[in-house]
Design a binder for this molecule. Structure first.
Ligand SMILES: NC(=O)c1ccc[n+]([C@@H]2O[C@H](COP(=O)([O-])OP(=O)(O)OC[C@H]3O[C@@H](n4cnc5c(N)ncnc54)[C@H](OP(=O)(O)O)[C@@H]3O)[C@@H](O)[C@H]2O)c1
Length: 260
């Protein structure tokens, strides 16, 4: 039976670059995102990049029930997923009292609800088969919750906690769960307002292909969590040596608009 790697959010940014690298390694891929036209053109490009089979499914994973529906469709189509990459995610920057609750709830469904749902379904199958890999994309903010990204930071703290505990639970099952923690990365994820903050001036975003190269290494051979890039690794450790109050003050400044 052919084995597939399922990548969510594979039409842009880190997910797209990962898909390109995996296609070049002749892997069979299932890619998913919301927009059919984009999926179709990415699938065509991936088919030219390697010899693996490339399937795609459109799904809006911010909607309740869509992750389970996606799983059912993949099973009904007889595809055997041995590797799952929970990459799709959105950010939200702004004063919590100004941002829209509907956007926050949709983000929680996408960044958290659908990750748990896809992991639940596929992890059960993988455990039954005695092997598999799941990689969840968290963030530097999993370690450093930032003001003005309160709900986003919380979704990524969830992903880190969920992935690390699940990795330990599944230790002896043959299923390996890893967590990728990128710092700022130059993708459409970032809005103009995010680009204007001190954080992006102080810690230059990495390119999506550099992040994807680390991601693919972690996915194929790694264990545990990986903070991408030395700078980000260093920053993630600052809370260990910095008093909480001072740390939050620094983060609030970093997340504020830079004065020109
Ligand atoms: N960029 C950064 O600075 C950064 C830093 C740390 C962590 N991350 C994390 O890295 C992951 C990938 O981010 P990225 O920067 O590569 O983002 P991106 O370039 O904006 O790509 C996001 C992908 O997710 C898909 N997507 C968005 N909303 C969706 C929905 N409702 N349902 C299904 N798919 C959806 C998008 O396709 P459609 O729009 O067509 O659906 C796209 O393929 C995210 O989990 C993000 O939180 C990013």
């Amino acid at each position: 039976m052919m084995s597939y790697t399922l990548i969510t959010g594979a039409t842009s940014g880190i997910g797209l670059e990962m898909a390109k690298l995996l296609a070049a390694k002749q892997q069979n891929l299932i890619i998913t995102a919301r927009h059919d036209d984009k999926l179709q053109s990415v699938a065509t490009m991936l088919r030219e990049a390697g010899t693996g089979d490339i399937k795609y499914y459109a799904a809006d994973l911010a909607q309740n029930g869509e992750a389970s529906r996606l799983y059912q469709t993949i099973i009904e189509d007889g595809l055997h997923v041995t590797t799952l990459v929970n990459n799709a995610g959105v950010g939200l920057y702004g004063n919590f009292t100004d941002t829209y609750l509907a956007d926050e709830l949709a983000m929680i469904q996408l960044n958290v609800g659908s990750v748990v749902t896809l992991t639940k379904h596929f992890a059960r199958d993988m455990v039954a088969n005695g092997s598999g890999r799941i990689m969840n994309v968290a963030s530097l903010l999993s370690f450093l919750p930032f003001p003005y990204y309160s709900v986003y930071s919380a979704t990524k703290a969830f992903i880190l906690a969920f992935s690390e505990t699940l990795a330990a639970e599944l230790e002896d099952t043959g299923v390996i769960v890893t967590t990728l923690c990128p710092g700022p990365t130059d993708t459409p994820f970032n809005t103009d307002a995010m680009w204007r903050t001190n954080a992006y001036k102080a810690n230059k975003p990495m390119t999506a292909d550099a992040v994807a190269a680390t991601a693919v290494r972690l996915l194929l051979n790694g264990r545990g969590k990986k903070i991408v890039g030395f700078n980000n690794w260093f920053i993630s450790n600052l809370p260990r040596i910095t008093p909480d109050k001072l740390m939050m003050k620094i983060k609030k400044r970093l997340a504020s608009p830079a004065s020109q």
